[in-house]
Design a protein around this ligand. Structure first.
Ligand SMILES: C[S@@+](CC[C@H](N)C(=O)[O-])C[C@H]1O[C@@H](n2cnc3c(N)ncnc32)[C@H](O)[C@@H]1O
Length: 231
């Protein structure tokens, strides 16, 4: 298993933006600090009840910001591991009208250490890096350890929402979801290779992320999954 999924993993970096991120300490947590609130996000961090949402790879944050604004009662935890992108998003988040979010400079592989068992209500994973070259496929996040970690932190009946532009990554996810090990953890409630035409009324078709707008503009069909945690 990739060591990033394991308990002993430690973040290492030499990026000048790492220090700059301390400026946003009231809502941004870095690296191991993102793992200090496991199981206590609502109670300790947000100080209120609410559906706990987790987004992996928030990028420039458009989905996160819109969702937080449109759903003020949710407690939203976005994460991304790119430093510069996190810095520019943090600047925007600092000025955002709602404060129902936290942001993590963290890796999606760390889900099990960031969240407690049965803590998350909704998980969003939109336009993940597809690692198109065969020799890089092992870097794809969506693999059995990720599926298990996501299932572990999600409540019974919670949903993992996924969209991708990439045919190869969508097929890869579909193959994983066809395996009995994955089917024991999630029910695939919806899978499409053409979201906006086949399911125009679905929640996932009700918004387009920043990257999605680019892909749709290029005529690329959006692939999507709605996976419900079985417990
Ligand atoms: C193609 S962008 C999509 C951004 C946004 N979700 C959207 O749809 O506009 C993918 C983002 O995922 C982040 N990312 C990729 N792998 C990640 C991982 N393992 N953990 C956290 N973030 C990750 C990248 O840094 C990048 O910002």
């Amino acid at each position: 298993m990739d060591h990033t999924f394991q308990e002993h993993f430690k973040y290492t970096h030499r990026n000048p933006y790492h220090d700059k991120l301390t400026e946003f300490g009231d809502f941004l947590l870095r690296d191991e600090d993102s793992e200090l609130n496991r199981g206590q996000w609502n109670e300790k961090v947000f100080g209120r009840e609410g559906q706990l949402c987790a987004e992996i790879g928030s990028g420039y944050g458009h989905f996160m910001m819109d969702y937080c604004e449109n759903n003020p009662s949710v407690n939203f935890v976005g994460m991304d591991f790119r430093f510069k992108r996190t810095f520019y998003l943090a600047k925007k988040l600092a000025a955002h009208p709602t404060k129902n979010f936290r942001y993590l400079r963290a890796r999606g592989e760390r889900l099990k250490f960031i969240f407690g068992e049965n803590e998350v209500d909704h998980m969003f994973y939109f336009f993940p890096d597809p690692w198109p070259k065969k020799r890089h496929h092992k870097k794809r996040l969506f693999q059995q350890p990720f599926i298990e970690a996501a299932h572990h932190v999600m409540k019974p009946g919670a949903t993992l929402w996924i969209k991708t532009d990439h045919d190869g990554y969508a097929e890869w996810m579909q193959e994983f979801m066809n395996k009995p090990e994955a089917q024991a953890l999630f029910e695939c409630k919806m899978h499409t290779t053409n979201l906006h035409e086949e399911h125009p009324d679905h929640f996932l078709a009700s918004f387009k992320t920043k990257f999605e707008k680019i892909f749709v503009g290029q005529g690329i069909k959006i692939k999507a999954f709605e996976l419900v945690s079985k417990k």
